[in-house]
Design a protein around this ligand. Structure first.
Ligand code: NAG
Ligand code: NAG
Ligand code: NAG
Ligand code: NAG
Length: 431
């Protein structure tokens, strides 16, 4: 049996229920404050970077004006440290009055006016990780209603300062409470990350029924070693994690740090490629006001975005770990297409890796290849023919692969353009 066949069966057999709020049928995309801006609340001395309404308005402007929204980056998400240290007289959360003087409904309106969505952060527990008021079990319904009243579109519910029993009650309770507001609100659960990310403590069937996405593992930091440790954990545990994902329910390996300080261009391409293979949410945490052009090109690459957003919604896998330090990843896509990533962990020089599609378990036939980062079509390849890819140190070669005849028709149907919903990546029509 081929990989493709194995996968299709897998995808169908685990195609269980997703949280029924109609949201996030493909992995959500947008911007999230935490990794880059953390809990910087010093607006007196650092007004440009502190957690304030100005920061989120700036990012909304950039998403709307610099071509991000059209590519699917639609969420503008607040993380920790937005709130006042006290709830209001009615026991409702309230933003810090100095840093969010216009209030959250005004910010939501600002974001919505630009065709974007606003996400907010809460924490199931006595306090947030940053020490702000948490959402204890008795406050779940109140906070869900507050967020809905404010026009919030997504909630990240962290899990600091609660124990396993409270989390087991609280995360499903919040899911019900959000539903009861009548407002569709995407729901990101940090629950599994607090329980080690693996069964038996974590029940991924349940998570898929109550959350749209979930953080399985620790926070990303601004370094290549952090990206690598996260990718390793997700692919080492792919037999458990891969079947948990599907339309409306996604594993979340955390934010994209492309455009920050820790990654080279090759490493940026690698993070983007591996996140696309994982069908991961694509939340950038960077400063969109001063992004360099090479990071922008990686984050706005239409091919890699289309692979991430493929409507089939099947998470990919690592196929091979070679002694040489090369790893091969694969993700099945709609229209009998697939994505391949050749990744090198080497630290010496570009490595010439030789293989064939047959060795990667492709069915017999001729395949068209589109190189995602070179942005060009390669010569068609027969499954049995050996080929060589040259992979930079800590870099990737990423291919969009499709059977020679079939996609030709799709290419004519869809043309080279890429749309946010329901469409797929179609290679240039000159193929
Ligand atoms: C609430 O759940 C019901 C049943 O699962 C679903 O039909 C409805 O769309 C949900 N509403 C919201 C706002 O999530
Ligand atoms: C969890 O915390 C609650 C208090 O909120 C306490 O009653 C309960 O015993 C704790 N459970 C465990 C397993 O520690
Ligand atoms: C996991 O959750 C599902 C759905 O709620 C449930 O049917 C199943 O029994 C749970 N599995 C375990 C091992 O608890
Ligand atoms: C190809 O399939 C064979 C037989 O199922 C399996 O042993 C092998 O690991 C697969 N190779 C890859 C690269 O997936």
């Amino acid at each position: 049996m081929t990989s493709a066949v194995v996968f299709f069966v897998l995808a169908v057999s685990v195609g269980t229920l997703a949280l029924d709020n109609g949201l996030m049928r493909t992995p959500p995309m947008g911007w999230l404050a935490w990794e880059r801006f953390r809990c910087d609340i010093d607006c007196d001395h650092d007004p440009k970077n502190c957690i304030s309404e100005k920061l989120f308005m700036d990012m909304a402007d950039r998403l709307a004006e610099d071509g991000w929204r059209e590519l699917g980056y639609e969420y503008v998400n607040i993380d920790d440290c937005w709130s006042s240290m006290e709830r209001d007289a009615n026991g409702r959360l309230q933003p810090d009055p100095k840093r969010f003087p216009s209030g959250i409904p005004h910010l939501a309106q600002y974001v919505h006016d630009r065709g974007l969505k606003l996400g907010i952060y809460g924490d199931l527990g006595t306090h947030t990780c940053g020490g702000y008021p948490g959402t204890t079990l008795d406050k779940v319904a109140t906070d869900a209603q507050t967020f809905a009243d404010w026009g919030i579109d997504m909630l990240k519910l962290d899990g600091c300062y609660s124990n396993a029993t409270e989390q087991e009650q609280g995360y499903p309770l919040m899911s019900k409470a959000l539903n009861a507001t009548g407002r569709p609100i995407g729901y990101s659960c940090s629950w599994p990350a607090y329980q080690g990310g693996l069964p038996p403590k974590v029940n991924y069937t349940l998570l898929g029924e109550i959350c749209n996405l979930w953080r399985n593992y620790g926070d990303i930091q601004d370094s290549w070693s952090s990206v690598l440790s996260i990718a390793d954990w997700f692919f080492d545990n792919q037999d458990i994690l891969q079947p948990a994902a599907g339309p409306g329910r996604w594993n979340d390996p955390d934010m994209l740090i492309i455009g920050d300080f820790g990654l080279s261009v090759d490493q940026s391409r690698s993070q983007m490629a591996l996140w696309a293979i994982m069908a991961a949410p694509l939340f950038m945490s960077n400063d969109l006001r001063s992004l360099d052009s090479r990071s922008r090109a990686v984050l706005q690459n239409k091919g890699v975005i289309a692979i991430n957003q493929d409507p089939l919604g099947v998470q990919g896998r690592r196929l091979i770990k070679e002694q040489s330090g090369v790893e091969v990843f694969w993700r099945p896509l709609s229209s009998d297409a697939s994505a391949l990533v050749f990744f090198s962990r080497r630290e010496d020089m570009p490595f010439r890796y030789q293989t064939s599609l047959k060795k990667l378990n492709y069915t017999a036939g001729v395949y068209q290849i589109y190189d995602i980062y070179q942005e060009k079509a390669l010569s068609p390849i027969k499954d049995v023919s050996d080929f060589v890819v040259s992979i930079n140190p800590s870099g990737v070669v990423m291919w969009y692969v499709y059977p020679a005849k079939k996609m030709h028709r799709d290419a004519m149907l869809y043309g080279p353009s890429l749309h946010r919903h329901g469409n797929r990546f179609a290679p240039p029509t000159h193929l």
